[in-house]
Ligand binder design. Structure first.
Ligand SMILES: [Zn+2]
Length: 313
């Protein structure tokens, strides 16, 4: 028997076929296409599942379960995707539509929750009973694991660390509020901070690295320039670390998990991010003379999506 994990992303849908030990046996993918009706989207996804299962050498009747990670809100009881802007889904009956093609147990959950589960079972937080996974990319995603299980919140809308308000009069957020944490702690945020700083002080390595095209600045540009001791990049990166340290301290003050796991594009900065962050966050924790969670880097990378989805039950 095999388990199938599906990771619904902004640009593509990844499908993984895994054995009982959560080893990936085969992978497939299709591009995200929002221009076609929902039922056709599901037809394409199920075709991709069946061909990937076949390429692993199994038949459809050997599928034990299918799990799906959704960048949005999914109701795991009813199988409905409540909201998934990337796919243009609004209250769509995902499970019942999927079952028309493939009548197997199907589980859905939010993608950050799924990645949190994957890391807590087969990744860096394996063996812990509680963890908070924070993915730092275009935005901030987060997943909470308590007693080995995903905590979705009573109404299924919890775990949105990125939209915890950080500065009431701060930067406007796509959600309509001002000063959400992801406006300060995401890749998008550090890029904005760098552009603002460069406008004031254009004599920086960051600008040289992108041939003076400020729009080409990425999080990696800032990190690389900071590593090369460019004063302005170091200043921007230090501010970013400080904001992220406060966010992590808030998680600790509120939940005190066993471990905090950082994933997403920015986490590729490795120890350059992790070391100052681990040192700094402690000063913002209320009971900072007590033992505190370790902050660790995710190890499953982009595969966390399909692995965690396949683990859903
Ligand atoms: Zn927001």
């Amino acid at each position: 028997m095999v388990r199938v994990g599906i990771d619904v992303g902004g640009t593509g849908i990844q499908v993984g076929v895994l054995d009982e030990q959560m080893n990936i046996l085969a992978e497939g993918s299709i591009p995200t296409s929002t221009a076609i009706p929902f039922a056709e989207q599901i037809t394409l996804i199920t075709e991709c599942v069946l061909s990937t299962v076949a390429s692993a050498g199994f038949d459809a009747d050997q599928i034990e379960s299918v799990g799906v990670g959704i960048p949005g809100i999914a109701n795991k009881e009813t199988g409905e995707v409540v909201k998934c802007p990337n796919m243009g889904w609004n209250h769509v009956p995902f499970r019942s539509e999927f079952k028309k093609h493939l009548n197997v147990p199907i589980f859905i959950d939010n993608d950050a929750n799924v990645a949190a589960l994957a890391e807590s079972v087969a990744g860096v937080s394996a063996g812990t009973s509680s963890s908070v996974f924070i993915t730092i990319g275009t935005g901030i995603g987060s997943g909470i694991i308590i007693n080995g299980k995903i905590w979705n919140g009573f109404h299924g809308i919890g775990g949105e660390l990125g939209h915890v308000i950080f500065d009431l009069n701060g930067v406007p957020c796509s959600c309509g509020n001002h000063g959400c944490l992801e406006r300060y702690c995401s890749a998008t945020a550090v890029i904005r901070m760098a552009r603002e700083a460069i406008a004031q002080h254009p004599d920086t390595l960051m600008l040289k690295m992108v041939n003076n095209d400020i729009l080409k600045i990425e999080a990696r540009t800032i990190i690389d320039a900071a590593r090369a001791s460019d004063p302005l990049a170091m200043e921007v990166f230090a501010r970013f670390i400080d904001d992220l340290a406060q966010a992590i301290a808030s998680v600790v003050n509120f939940l005190d998990p066993e471990v905090i796991v950082l994933g997403g594009g920015v986490s590729k900065a490795g120890s350059f991010l992790l070391d100052p962050l681990s040192r700094k966050y402690k000063k913002y924790v209320l009971y900072n003379d007590q033992p505190m969670p370790k902050v660790k880097l995710a190890v499953l990378g982009a595969k966390a999506g399909i692995i965690g989805a396949a683990m859903l039950s």
